[in-house]
Design a protein around this ligand. Structure first.
Ligand code: ME8
Length: 521
C-alpha cells in the first residue's frame, strides 16, 4: 500500500430486518462527513457500510413475512442502498454478510482460532434476547426477567455451543484501553468499558446448533453448528479490508501480515448500544487471531423523541426522507451533524430542527446571497481584483479550530466554528457598509477589497461545509464562479482570476417560505 495518508472508516452493518431510519442515517452521515473531510485533505479513504444478514432475528422475520431469508436480505440491502443514495452517502464498499467472500473469511478466522486452541465445546445455559441477538445471565435480567437493553422477554436456552476463550484476553484488553486514552471516544464510554472489565470476563459462545438455527455460516470444524451472528458480523470489517485471503493455503491467509491491506480500521463508528460487542468481543477476537486492533472506536449517543430512544419498535421514528422532501437532504444532514454533540444524546424536536435550519437560511444563505448580489450589482457580476484579506486572521483561526475539532471527532464543534465564520463575515458586511462605498467612486478600491474578502470567505466556507452539505456547497461554489468545490488548502490560497459569479442564489429559502410552498403544493 502506498505512503499516501489513508483512512479506513466503518459504520455498523445494519440488521436487514427493518427499514433504514434516522438513527442509522445519523451514523452513516457521521461516517460520510468524515470520509469526505479526509478525501478533501488528500487521503485515500475506504468508507465501509453494509447489512447484517444472518442470525435468528433475520430467520424469524423472514418466517413472519413468509419469505426465504435470502430474499428478505436482498430486499432490505437494496432499501439501505437506495436510502444512502438519496441521502448522498458516498460509501466505497457496501458489504453483505451473505456474500461468499465474507463467508469464507469468517471460516478462515474461526479455523485460525481453532488451530490456536482458543475454541472449545461446552454446554451453554442462560438467557437469550433475539432482538439484541445477545446472551444474558440470570443476574443481568431486569426484575421482571426481561432483556436489560430492550426490555423484551428473553428465552431460556440450554444447548451445546462452541466457546472462544475470551477470558484469556481480559488483562491485555484492560492494558490496551488504559494505555490508549482515546481508543474509545468519548471518555464516558471508555469508563463504561473499563467498569465492565472490572468483573471477570467470561468466555464467548460463538455458535448455535443448526437444529435450532439454520440461517448462518457453518463452523469450519463442525458443520452442524453455525457461527453466532455477532462474531460473523464483526468480522465484516476484516473482510472488507482485504487482509484475509481464504483462497490461499492454510497458514498463508494473511493473518501474520496485514501490511498490504486496509487493516487495521482507523475508526469504527457505532451507537452506544453496541459498545460491548465492539470494545470487548471484537478486540479479544482479534487478539486471539493475532491481528492488530482497530485504531479508534467512536460510540455516539441516541437520537431520542422526548426521553425515549427513537426506535422502530417504539414507533416514534422520524423519517429523515420526509424532512428531506421539505427542506432538502443537506438541511437534514446539517441538523443531525450540528445538533448532536459527539457522544451525547440529542432529542429531535421540530423546533430544534427549525433553529438549526434558520442558521443555514439567515446566516450562511444570507451571507451568500448578499455577497453575490453586491458583486452583481456593483461590479456587473465579475469579481474585481483585490487581495481580499479583510478576514485573514478569522479564516486562519477558523481553519485551525475546524481541523482540531474534526480530528478529535467533535464534528458539531467544527461545524459551529464554520458557521461562526459566516456570522463574522455578516458582521464585516455591516461594518464596512459596501452600499455606502458603492456611492463614492473614490472608494472603489475599498469596495473591491470588501467584495473580494467576502468572495474568498465564501470559498472557504464552501470547502469547510462540503463534507456535511455536499450538494449545497457544490451550488455555492458554482455560483462563486469556482471550478468545483475547492480543497481547504486551495480555498485559502487563491482566488481564481476574475471569476464571473451568479447573483440570485437562494441556497436555503426561509423556513416560512418552505412551509408555505409545501402547503401550497
Ligand atoms: O446493531 N440514535 O444493527 P442495527 C442514534 N447489526 N443511532 C441509532 C439509533 C438512534 N435512535 N438507532 C439506531 C446492529 N442507531 C448490528 C450491528 S456491526 C458489526 C453489527 C444506529 O440495525 C447506531 O449506529 O440495530 C446503532 O449502533 C445502530 O444504528 C444499530 O443498528
Amino acid at each position: 500500500m502506498s505512503d499516501l495518508p489513508r483512512t479506513y472508516l466503518t459504520t455498523p452493518i445494519y440488521y436487514a430486518t427493518g427499514e433504514p431510519h434516522i438513527g442509522h442515517a445519523y451514523t452513516s452521515f457521521l461516517a460520510d462527513t468524515l470520509a469526505r473531510y479526509h478525501r478533501q485533505t488528500g487521503a485515500s479513504v475506504l468508507f465501509l457500510t453494509g447489512t447484517d444478514e444472518h442470525g435468528q432475528k433475520i430467520q424469524e422475520e423472514a418466517t413472519r413475512r413468509g419469505v426465504e431469508p435470502q430474499k428478505l436480505c436482498d430486499e432490505m440491502a437494496a432499501r439501505f442502498r437506495q436510502a444512502w443514495a438519496e441521502l448522498d452517502i458516498e460509501y466505497d464498499r457496501f458489504i453483505r454478510t451473505t456474500e461468499e467472500e465474507h463467508r469464507q473469511v469468517v471460516r478462515s478466522f474461526l479455523r485460525r482460532l481453532h488451530r490456536r486452541d482458543l475454541i472449545y465445546r461446552d454446554t451453554y445455559q442462560g438467557w437469550y434476547c433475539v432482538h439484541e441477538e445477545r446472551y444474558w445471565t440470570e443476574k443481568d435480567l431486569t426484575p421482571e426477567g426481561n432483556c436489560p437493553d430492550c426490555n423484551r422477554p428473553v428465552r431460556e436456552i440450554e444447548e451445546q455451543n462452541y466457546f472462544f476463550r475470551m477470558s484469556r484476553y481480559q488483562e491485555e484488553l484492560i492494558r490496551h484501553i488504559e494505555s490508549n486514552a482515546d481508543w474509545i471516544v468519548p471518555e464516558v464510554r471508555r469508563n463504561e468499558v473499563l467498569g465492565f472489565l472490572q468483573n471477570p470476563l467470561s468466555d464467548l459462545s460463538i455458535s448455535r446448533p443448526r437444529t435450532r438455527l439454520r440461517w448462518g455460516i457453518p463452523l469450519p470444524f463442525d458443520e452442524d453448528h453455525v457461527t453466532y451472528v455477532w462474531v460473523d458480523a464483526l468480522i465484516n470489517y476484516l473482510t472488507a479490508s482485504g487482509a484475509i485471503r481464504p483462497d490461499r493455503p492454510e497458514g498463508d491467509e494473511g493473518f501474520d501480515d496485514v501490511s498490504g491491506s486496509w487493516w487495521p480500521a482507523d475508526l469504527h463508528l457505532i451507537g452506544k448500544d453496541i459498545l460491548t460487542t465492539h470494545a470487548v468481543y471484537w478486540p479479544t477476537l482479534l487478539l486471539g487471531a493475532g491481528l492488530p486492533l482497530p485504531r479508534r472506536i467512536l460510540a455516539h449517543g441516541w437520537w431520542t423523541v422526548g426521553r425515549d430512544k427513537m426506535s422502530k419498535s417504539l414507533g416514534n421514528v422520524v423519517d429523515p426522507l420526509a424532512l428531506r422532501e421539505q427542506f432538502g437532504t443537506d438541511a437534514v444532514r446539517w441538523y443531525l451533524m450540528r445538533e448532536m454533540p459527539t457522544g451525547g444524546d440529542a432529542s429531535y424536536t421540530p423546533e430544534r430542527f427549525l433553529i438549526r435550519y434558520d442558521e443555514l437560511a439567515n446566516v450562511l444563505g444570507n451571507l451568500a446571497s448578499r455577497a453575490l448580489s453586491m458583486i452583481g450589482r456593483y461590479r456587473e457580476g465579475v469579481l474585481p481584483q483585490a487581495a481580499g484579506v479583510g478576514l485573514e486572521d478569522e479564516i486562519r483561526e477558523t481553519l485551525a479550530s475546524f481541523h482540531q475539532s474534526m480530528e478529535s471527532l467533535r464534528l458539531h464543534e467544527a461545524l459551529g466554528a464554520a458557521m461562526d465564520l459566516a456570522r463574522v463575515a455578516n458582521g464585516y458586511v455591516e461594518a464596512t457598509e459596501p452600499w455606502a462605498l458603492a456611492k463614492n467612486p473614490e472608494r472603489a478600491d475599498e469596495l473591491n477589497e470588501v467584495l473580494s474578502t467576502l468572495h474568498r470567505t465564501l470559498g472557504v466556507l464552501a470547502a469547510l461545509l462540503f463534507p456535511v452539505m455536499p450538494g449545497k456547497m457544490r451550488e455555492l461554489a458554482a455560483a462563486l464562479g469556482l471550478e468545483g468545490v475547492p480543497s481547504l488548502e486551495e480555498s485559502v490560497r487563491s482566488t481564481p482570476l476574475a471569476p464571473r459569479v451568479s447573483a440570485g442564489l437562494r441556497l436555503f429559502p426561509k423556513a416560512d417560505k418552505v412551509a408555505a410552498d409545501a402547503g401550497g403544493a
